[in-house]
Design a protein around this ligand. Structure first.
Ligand SMILES: CC(=O)SCCNC(=O)CCNC(=O)[C@H](O)C(C)(C)COP(=O)(O)OP(=O)(O)OC[C@H]1O[C@@H](n2cnc3c(N)ncnc32)[C@H](O)[C@@H]1OP(=O)(O)O
Ligand SMILES: O=C([O-])CC(=O)C(=O)O
Length: 373
């Protein structure tokens, strides 16, 4: 059998027309991430990823209205969120379970034709924002806030989270974060989603599988760990000794390094700048200054660049968002990419079933239980 590649590094496992990373350049359906980050709303990105073209004004208006109308979640879901052990349950675990529950209450859950999958796509993308925000409020002892149909996706997200309409700079920050996290070729959670639905399982199963993969600290879970790390460091002057200690102990620095980007993650610069603006606005520049020091030191010592998770941490923190909601926000955005890949997988499906190179003992005689030592 062929040699194995640990972690499937550089293995091309499928063709995809959704996003590409070539020479450290990320694009969605042929549009450079730099142009999209500067100019697009998250809804435009959803449309682009699901339809492989940018929407016209009326197509965009229709999508915005469909999303806003579908954001309401049922009392059954809210009651369920209330039933969790709110002091200890981890929001990504709550999200994983709640999305699974959405499937239980969706009468079309097991239909796999294209039209029903597109309807479910809208419902899932709309409701995932409401689940995250409702959970956040319920565990803080507050009631969920109903979405407003006249607000865009990013504004509604913050409105449902905080119960008041956000300022423009806050909407811009969330919109940019959602645009930048929307898709990323065959990352671990997207691959997981594709493997799942390639068995012709349903879209909700693909989503739940993907959320589970995103939760891990080597993937989406890194962003909340970045903020934990910054809190542990506490003050700017502690940053370098803290990171050096991590190196000495052979521990990973969260938010640094990437499997595909070796010279730098093109998304990081937008979040770095957003972090600069937002920490200045809140008078908490120390988080930004500390992040810059860490980024420079890790680059200098190990040649490792900051990834998308690194500056998203201080962006969300500056918006007053609790640390353990950072990865759920990533999931809200990446839902658009997961769904695009799930639909692409269904459209030209073949079961994904690689091989393993066996490394266990040679064939041997079975020993009956009474004769075993
Ligand atoms: C949205 C995202 O998912 S982006 C990634 C988010 N994850 C993180 O930020 C977690 C921290 N980073 C990492 O763990 C890794 O860089 C990953 C998981 C992103 C990529 O992993 P891989 O491609 O498998 O790289 P791998 O772990 O083999 O690292 C190669 C070398 O760089 C080192 N390295 C990689 N990342 C880091 C890091 N963040 N801190 C310290 N050292 C690191 C490894 O220890 C290894 O060193 P060695 O060759 O001396 O053993
Ligand atoms: O592509 C990856 O391996 C991880 C990543 O940056 C993402 O999912 O956005």
């Amino acid at each position: 059998m062929a040699n194995t590649t640990k972690g499937l590094e550089n293995i091309v496992a499928t063709q995809s027309a959704i996003s590409s990373i070539i020479d450290d350049q990320l694009s969605y359906v042929g549009y450079k991430i730099d142009d999209l980050a500067e100019n697009s709303s998250f809804e435009e990105i959803i449309y682009l990823l699901w339809n492989q073209k940018l929407p016209t004004k009326s197509e965009l208006d229709d999508l915005k209205s469909d999303l806003a109308k579908n954001m309401v979640i049922s009392d059954a879901i809210i009651d369920h969120l209330r039933s969790y052990d709110l002091k200890s349950v981890q929001p990504m675990a709550a999200l994983r379970t709640a999305v699974s529950l959405l499937g239980i209450y969706d009468e079309e859950a097991d239909e796999t034709d294209e039209a029903s999958n597109k309807r479910k796509a809208i419902r899932i993308q709309a409701k995932i924002a409401s689940i995250v925000t409702a959970f956040a409020r319920i565990r803080d002892g507050k009631d969920p806030v109903q979405p407003k149909e006249d607000l865009g996706y990013s504004a509604n997200f913050l409105y449902m989270l905080n119960g008041e309409e956000p300022e423009d700079i806050e909407i811009e920050a969330i919109n940019k974060a959602l645009v930048l996290h929307a898709d990323h070729e065959l990352n671990a959670s997207t691959f997981t989603a594709r493997v799942c639905v390639a068995t012709l399982s349903d879209i909700y199963s693909g989503m739940v599988a993907a959320i589970g993969a995103l939760k891990g600290p080597l993937h989406g879970g890194a962003n909340e760990n970045v903020m934990k790390m910054l809190h542990e460091i506490g003050e700017e002057e502690n940053a370098i000794p803290y990171i050096q200690e991590k190196f000495d102990n052979k521990e990973k620095v969260m938010g640094m390094g990437h499997r595909v980007y070796r010279n730098g993650d093109p998304r990081a610069k937008f979040l770095r700048e957003m972090s600069r603006q937002l920490t200045k606005r809140t008078g908490q520049e120390k988080w930004y200054n500390m992040s810059i020091k860490i980024e420079e030191y890790v680059k200098e010592q190990k040649g490792l660049p900051a990834n998308v998770d690194f500056y998203s941490a201080t962006v969300y923190h500056s918006l007053g968002i609790e640390e353990d909601l950072f990865t759920p926000i990533f999931a809200v955005s990446r839902t658009s990419g997961w769904i695009a890949h799930i639909l692409e997988q269904y459209a030209d499906n073949r079961l994904i079933r690689p091989r393993a190179e066996y490394s266990g003992p040679d064939l041997r005689e079975y020993v009956s239980i009474n004769d075993r030592s």
